[in-house]
Design a protein around this ligand. Structure first.
Ligand SMILES: Cc1cc2nc3c(=O)[nH]c(=O)nc-3n(C[C@H](O)[C@H](O)[C@H](O)COP(=O)(O)OP(=O)(O)OC[C@H]3O[C@@H](n4cnc5c(N)ncnc54)[C@H](O)[C@@H]3O)c2cc1C
Length: 281
């Protein structure tokens, strides 16, 4: 069983992984994308690394975490399930068991479409690789939350007829010409007798399955038990949430939204996690 499973491979997640390894914990970092740092053209106030670009800083953090022995895995974490004194974590099509979970998902806010959460697993999927084969030869709608969706949509286009609708405007270079790319905005999802319906601001699209491909998952879906205040996860001085064994750090827990603060909180959380794991061994 993994000592700490870290959701998010940004500043907070990598910083936590580095300290967790120094405390001899096994650490798995699962990240869906580059987070805020990837968008930062230049960071001038990260101690010791002046005038560094966000992507370069991110690469340094990730390779530091890897060199310390942390495992880094690219996937979207869909669900964290408390199982008494451990957690089951669903990421992509894998289930991981962990003693503790550290949430470092950044500021990515997700507002599920009306109907989306109710129909998850019943016509709505968050994972093309996991569920794509169910829609071989079928009509598929993709609700794309960011450019990460392009690759998965192309995978689906090898299986069925894909309609691509952007939830947030993003680069779509590399989108397969076989995909029908609409300008519509997604509004809701519903199920009717003949199948699934993606409601947009222009029309109602009758399809067989709907893939909602975002670089993040709503906290209400990920771990609804965690308490929040004004959209931020509530933590104590050890960065632990109201759910014993679940910690949070970085932009997810609130202002100031700064890289050095995220790194410090990741370190604090990892030290507290080491104490927690030892106490509950
Ligand atoms: C344009 C821009 C410029 C900035 N400039 C500066 C600056 O100059 N100085 C400064 O100090 N700060 C700056 N910041 C802020 C800084 O980038 C953030 O404070 C910092 O990156 C927060 O780190 P984090 O680890 O909390 O979140 P992030 O770095 O955003 O990382 C979040 C991680 O969580 C992952 N994730 C989210 N949900 C899931 C999920 N369900 N499953 C798997 N992975 C998930 C993401 O893919 C990502 O890997 C800037 C931010 C932006 C956007």
């Amino acid at each position: 069983m993994i000592d700490v499973l870290i959701v998010g491979g940004g500043v907070a997640g990598c910083s936590a992984a580095i300290t967790a390894r120094m405390r001899n914990l096994s650490a798995l970092v699962i990240y869906a994308g580059g987070g805020a740092l990837e968008k930062a053209h230049r960071v001038d106030n990260y101690p010791g690394l002046p005038e560094i670009s966000g992507p370069d800083l991110l690469e340094k953090l990730r390779s530091h975490a890897r060199n310390m022995g942390a495992q880094l895995q690219h996937a979207l974490v869909q669900k964290v399930m408390p199982m008494g004194d451990s957690f089951s974590v669903l990421a992509g099509n894998e289930v991981y068991e962990a003693r503790t979970v550290l949430l470092c998902g950044g500021t990515a806010r997700v507002n599920p479409l009306p109907g989306e959460e109710d129909l998850l697993g019943a016509g709505v999927s968050y994972c093309a690789t996991c569920d794509g084969m169910f829609y071989k030869g079928k009509r598929i709608a993709v609700v794309a939350g960011g450019e990460e969706a392009v690759e998965e949509a192309n995978f689906l286009a090898d299986l069925g007829d894909v309609i691509y609708v952007e939830e947030r405007k993003h680069a779509t270079d590399g989108l397969s010409p076989a995909i029908q790319h609409l300008k519509d905005k997604p509004v809701a999802i519903k199920r009717e007798e003949q199948g699934m319906v993606l409601v947009t601001d222009q029309q109602e699209l009758a399809v067989d399955g709907i893939f909602v491909l975002r670089p993040a998952v709503a906290l209400t879906q990920l771990l609804p038990e965690v308490a929040t205040d004004k959209g931020h996860v509530v933590v104590d001085r050890d960065m632990m949430t109201n759910v014993p064994g679940v910690f949070a750090a970085g932009d997810m827990v609130g202002n100031p939204l700064q890289a050095a603060k995220a790194a410090g909180e990741g370190t604090t959380a990892a030290i507290a996690i080491a104490q927690y794991v030892r106490k509950h061994a």
